[in-house]
Design a protein around this ligand. Sequence first.
Ligand code: SF4
Length: 311
Amino acid sequence: METLVPLWRSHERSFQGNRYVYPVLSRRAGGISVGVNLNPDKGCNFDCVYCQVDRTPAGMEGVEPLHRTVETGRLLDELQTLQKSIRAGDFFEKPPFEAVPVPLRRMSDIAFSGDGEPTVVPEFPDILKTVADFRNATPGLSSVPIRIITNGTGLFKTRIRTSVRETLFLEEPLPRTDSPGTGEILDEVWFKIDAADPVSFSRIDRSTQTFDRYRKSVLETLRDLPVTLQTMVLDIRDPRKPFRPEGLWAEAMRDWVTTLQKEGTRIRQWHLYTVARKPPSPEILAVSAERLQNLADFFRQSVSCPIAIFP
Ligand code: SF4
C-alpha cells in the first residue's frame, strides 16, 4: 500500500481535458471515486485554512472567476466516457492508475466534490437529478452510490434539501439492477463540521456566516437529511497562537454532536480525517493516527453513532 501513497494524496482534478469529471483513488470510498466538479471557477463560501484549492492570484491564472452555467451535456459525456473506461479496464492500463491493486479497481462512488462548494451552484439540483437519472438507468452503475461532499451551506435552503431528498436514495435503498437480489445501495451526504465553537469556526472554516446562525442552520438541516459527518482534525503551528484539537475544540465537538443526536437528527456515521494532501501553508499539520484514535475514543464516550478515523 506504500506505493499508493502518492495516489491517495493526489486529488488532481484535471483529467484528459475534462472540465467537470475527474477520477481519484479514494481511501474513504475504497476505490476509484469519480468526482463531479461543479466549481471550475473555484467558487466557495468558506475559506478553510486547510483547503488545498489554490485561490492565490497565481492559482487563479487562467481560471474564469465568474460562475458559468454548467454544461450538462458535456458533464454527462465526460461521466459516461470515464465510467466505460473504468468498467472496460483500459483506465487501469495508463499511469498513474496502473498502480491501483485489483481489489480497488472499481468505481466506488460518484462524488459531488471539487474546487468549491457544489450545493451553492445554481444548477446543482438539476445536475444532481441528471446524474442520478443516468446512474439509475445504467446497469453497470446501479451499485455505485452518489455522495455529496459538502460544507452544508447550500442545504440550509429547504428547496435544495427537498431536491436532494427527492433525487437520491438516502433512506429507501436503490435495488441493484445489474444483479438483482444481491443487495442495495444508499446514497450519502458527507456533511462537514470542523468546529463547534465560534473561535475555532472562524479560525478553521473562515466563513462569513455568523456562528450562531450556522449552528442553527446545521441543526435544521440535519433534522431533515440523514448525513455522514466529516471532520478535519489538524494542528496549526502558529508560534503566537498554536492550535491543537485536544482540549476545548474536542470538548465542544463532543458536546455539539451529542446534542445534535438528542435533537432528532440522523447522523449515520462520523468520519475523522486529517491532512493527507499538501496543505496551503506549512503551519497546517496532520495529526498522528494515534491522536485521531484517542479523539475518536473520547467522542465515543457520549456520541452513539459509529466513528471511523482516516489518518
Ligand atoms: S468548503 Fe471545501 S472547497 Fe470550500 S474552502 Fe473549505 S475545503 Fe475548500
